[in-house]
Design a protein around this ligand. Structure first.
Ligand code: GDP
Length: 183
């Protein structure tokens, strides 16, 4: 079996990571809550877009300034997910605007030297495009506008994500049947 490429969704608590993962895998297995930081661990999901299969990792909210306690542990878990990932999807929240947490996370991702795709979530109204532009200052390239809840922009975002995935090694040959029907 070849290893599937790995995409990790990271971002500050409550920006909509679990909602996005649910939207992509179309299952309700990740924990979504009104409470920040409910997804404590890394959750692995098998996902597919445009004929490319990959592992999609949901992480708890990153709080890089947390040095102790649960927040620090969750942040550590997210860092492991970043290390494992071929592509990191950095999710931010247009309603909150650009935050210090976004800046700190962008700094960590730069140091990790992973490929990063930046998405700005909760842009439920596609006409409202001004907030998105502020996120250019993170230095992660084009900020893709999405609404995880309404599914807006998610397809375009996934096009970019899968274009950055490494080609997986060819699957091993399918075993030939142990018998043949001779007609
Ligand atoms: P996480 O902590 O980053 O995993 O965030 P969640 O997926 O748990 O979402 C946090 C909150 O934001 C929930 O109340 C979601 O319903 C809400 N939310 C997520 N995506 C969107 C969106 O696209 N639009 C709006 N308006 N709310 C969203």
């Amino acid at each position: 079996m070849s290893r599937l490429p790995v995409v990790a969704v990271v971002g500050a608590p409550n920006v909509g990571k679990s909602s996005l993962v649910n939207r992509i895998v179309r299952r309700r297995n990740a924990v979504v809550s009104e409470r920040p930081g409910t997804t404590r661990d890394r959750a692995y999901n098998r996902a597919e877009w445009a004929g490319r299969e990959f592992t999609l990792v949901d992480t708890g909210g990153m709080e890089p300034r947390a040095k102790v306690g649960l927040e620090a542990l969750v942040t550590l878990q997210a860092r492991v997910a970043v290390e494992e990932a071929d592509v990191v999807l950095h999710l931010t929240d247009a309603r909150l605007g650009l935050t210090e947490a976004d800046d700190v996370i962008a700094g960590e991702l730069r140091r990790a030297r992973t490929k990063v795709v930046l998405a700005v979530n909760k842009l439920d109204n596609p006409a409202d495009d001004t907030e998105r532009h502020r996120f250019y200052s993170l230095g992660e390239g084009e900020p893709y506008a999405i609404s995880a809840v309404h599914g807006l922009g998610v397809g375009d975002l996934l096009d970019v994500v899968v274009s950055l995935l490494p080609r997986s090694e060819p699957e091993s040959e399918v075993e030939p049947p142990a018998f043949a029907i001779v007609g």
